[in-house]
Ligand binder design. Structure first.
Ligand code: ATP
Length: 257
């Protein structure tokens, strides 16, 4: 990772994978008691993509990720991973299938060291896979420097790195990232986005939930916009970046007329 300010490259073209999507949500409905949070969401992520999931507070982004991870059960519809339905598969098995999740708010263990936090990401293995740890430390040299420090003593950016690093233990095929830029200074956000791009370049497919729509769309291949539990737009990231509705609602730009 460089210490210099990095510029995020422009919108990308899609990977040319035309096979079965790695992840598919079909008409997924999720409710919290009487509150329907997802109202029939259709979404797919293809192997090798970074897909951005955008939307205002309460749109259902976190609910979508928690449903994919098996932490919430759809009321109807289905989630397919590599073409296989995940219905009834418990969350820990979904991790084993290759879906890593870096949750909103990071949720690191503040009284455990950095190393112990990373080991928790590999709890399902009898011993911590050395190559996974090496890769995480290679992606995040800062975590290596701080490996004996308590999670609670890290800066916000370091905690975010730790949350992503923990989700990378076990080398997931699909990484779910919930608001990785939340509350971080612009320089740190640029570093985090650069690392997300590297993780993708190393072969991990990414579904990225972000409030920071401009940066997410510059990084992503495609994007979806959720509004009150429904997908209202789905397009290549470059199209969304230039769409007047997206620019007004999510990039804070006034449109004429
Ligand atoms: P944010 O960026 O604020 O996290 P979000 O797009 O991730 O927003 P969700 O957190 O998925 O949105 O919430 C979707 C809807 O579900 C909202 O109306 C929210 O109030 C509701 N909701 C979320 N979690 C719960 C819960 N545990 N119990 C009841 N309702 C919930």
């Amino acid at each position: 990772m460089s210490d210099q300010t990095t510029t995020i490259p422009g919108p990308r073209t899609e990977p040319s994978d035309t096979g079965t999507p790695l992840l598919q949500l079909r008409s997924v409905e999720v409710a919290y008691g009487g509150i329907t949070a997802l109202k029939g969401v259709d979404l797919e992520v293809r192997q090798g993509e970074i897909v951005a999931l955008l939307g205002a507070n309460g749109a259902g982004k976190t609910t979508t990720l928690r449903t994919i991870s098996g932490l919430l059960t759809p009321r109807s519809g289905e989630v397919l991973y590599a073409g296989e339905a995940l219905a009834g598969v418990p969350a820990h098995k979904i991790v084993e299938l290759g879906i890593g999740h870096s949750p909103e708010g990071r949720r690191i263990f503040s009284r455990m060291t950095v190393l112990e936090n990373l080991e928790m990401g590999a709890y399902r293995f009898k011993s911590v896979p050395r190559k996974d740890l090496d890769q995480v430390f290679e992606l995040f040299p800062r975590l290596h420097e701080r490996r004996t420090q308590l999670g609670g003593n890290l800066s916000g950016g370091e905690q975010q790195m730790l949350a992503i690093g923990r989700a990378m233990m076990g080398q997931p095929s699909l990484l779910l990232l919930d608001e990785p830029s939340m509350g971080l200074a612009p320089l740190i956000v640029a570093q985090i986005f650069e690392i997300i791009e590297r993780i993708n370049a190393l072969g991990t497919t990414i579904l990225l939930v972000e409030q920071n729509a401009a940066q997410a769309l510059k990084l992503a291949h495609r994007g979806y916009v959720l509004e009150t539990g429904e997908v209202v737009m789905s397009a290549p990231a470059g199209e969304l970046l230039n769409d007047p509705r997206v620019r007004e609602a999510y990039l804070g730009e006034a449109t004429e007329g």
